[in-house]
Design a protein around this ligand. Structure first.
Ligand SMILES: *Cc1c(COP(=O)(O)O)cnc(C)c1O
Ligand SMILES: [Zn+2]
Length: 415
């Protein structure tokens, strides 16, 4: 279940190739853009001649992990090196052995998407494409616009009209993306942009692109290194929000690579635990039903717009990861998400609603006794509070109007 090793095929380029996760077909990685297996339509995964050990990592940010990446550098802002916050009050409230919060909102454009984009744009340069495109619930579009723009490439984003948080649209617009608002949900946007990519109109930088996940797997390396430095052991469990399940797949890939190189024992691999909003929970359904893929939810709704997704494209990669690591998946309500957003904010950690789903999921699984009090847990928070100012304002306290004058302010405070 953790196996990655096979002999290097002729199609490899610099010790890297793509493999279909369903039929095993192997493809050249940088000849032409390819997103799915030409034979069976399965998802593709990057494979390497050699997998990394911790000793090979040096430098800073995502590119510290170049021993596990297809290139040594790329357009960088720079990304990665995000904090692994202590949250002592939440830790004792949730009653776990230890709780840390990996705040991916501290990346340059405010979400973990930057880690995938630095890699994705580097591959786009290798392929010599001129137009980059993505469908997005918001954060991918912000990252694509920033990294693509910095590389001097044209960027096109398709967003579900009226369903993207204000901060994210503003970023995509200012960083220079051409923004198309589609009268449909995220899944409809992804269908369209996949068609455009298939017709050669643009290079697709959604997490269907296997190289996005190569960048995002560095979250897993960073968590393991930082946790081990602080505690001398690895965490038992990583709890994360799930939209397209790219991160779940990427973390699993990071762990498999370390197991393959002998740097990590199979029993040291943290349990991957996915959290979705109740109104958009096809992964939870698939895990509960024992399916190998999700069934598409046609209508989805949640305040956590970043995970308002009914057809998680990376489910066939992520579901085996959840199972192989002994993890699980759980759905939480929007009210539970807002509560968790407040508890994180009370400790100084400002996150957008989707991010808080991880902590809401941890609370629920603690209440249900699925997660035990002896566990070392890391919650992943995926995006910054300022991404969704409307949600933050709605979850926070109301401003109080006061007259202009010190006495009046004092009166108000004592009233
Ligand atoms: C993209 C995104 C997610 C979902 O991540 P997946 O890898 O698609 O599961 C969750 N939270 C935020 C803030 C995001 O931007
Ligand atoms: Zn195939």
């Amino acid at each position: 279940m953790f196996d990655l090793a096979t002999a290097t095929p002729d199609c490899a380029d610099g010790g890297v190739w793509l493999a279909c996760i369903d039929c095993g077909q192997r493809l050249a990685p940088f000849d032409i853009p390819v997103y799915r297996c030409p034979d069976c339509d399965g998802l593709l995964e990057a494979r390497y001649e050699q997998y990394p050990t911790f000793e090979e990592f040096s430098g800073r940010g995502v590119w510290r992990y170049d021993a596990a990446l297809p290139f040594e550098s790329g357009v960088s802002l720079p990304e990665g090196d995000t904090p692994l916050h202590e949250v002592p009050r939440l830790e004792s409230d949730l009653d776990v052995r230890s709780l840390r919060v990996k705040h991916e909102g501290m990346n340059p454009t405010g979400s973990f998407k930057d880690r995938g984009m630095t890699l994705g744009v580097r591959v786009a340069e290798e392929l010599d494409v001129s137009r980059l495109a993505c469908a997005s619930t918001g954060n991918t579009s912000a990252a694509l616009a920033a990294y693509g723009g910095r590389a001097g490439l044209e960027t096109l984003v398709l967003l579900p009209a009226g369903k993207v948080a204000a901060g994210k649209v503003a970023q995509a617009a200012l960083h220079g993306a051409r923004i198309l608002e589609v009268d449909g949900n995220f899944d409809a946007c992804l269908d369209i942009v996949s068609d455009l990519a298939e017709r050669g109109e643009a290079y697709l930088l959604n997490s269907l692109n296997p190289f996005r996940l190569e960048g995002q797997k560095t979250i897993g390396f960073e968590i393991l290194e930082a946790f081990r430095d602080d505690y001398g052991r690895f965490p038992d469990r990583i709890v994360l929000p799930v939209g397209n399940a790219g991160n779940t797949a990427a973390l699993y890939k990071a762990f498999r690579e370390l197991v393959q190189s002998g740097a990590l024992a199979e029993e040291e691999v943290p349990m991957l635990t996915g959290v979705q909003a109740e109104g958009a929970a096809p992964m939870v359904e698939a895990i509960e039903e024992g399916w190998d893929d999700t069934e598409r939810w046609e209508s989805v709704e949640t305040r956590a717009t970043a995970i308002r997704i009914g057809n998680p494209v990376n489910a066939p990669k992520a579901i085996p990861g959840i199972r192989a690591t002994g993890g699980t998946a759980v759905a939480v309500s929007d009210a539970e998400i807002t509560d968790a957003q407040r508890s994180l904010a009370a400790e100084g950690v400002g996150v957008e609603p989707a991010s808080a789903a991880s902590v809401a999921g941890l609370r629920k699984l603690r209440d249900e006794g699925v997660i035990e009090s002896e566990e070392d847990v890391v919650c992943l928070t995926t995006g910054h509070l300022l991404k969704d100012p409307d949600a933050a304002a709605a979850a926070g306290s109301e401003p109080e109007p006061v007259p202009n004058g010190t006495e009046a302010v004092l009166d108000h405070l004592s009233g």
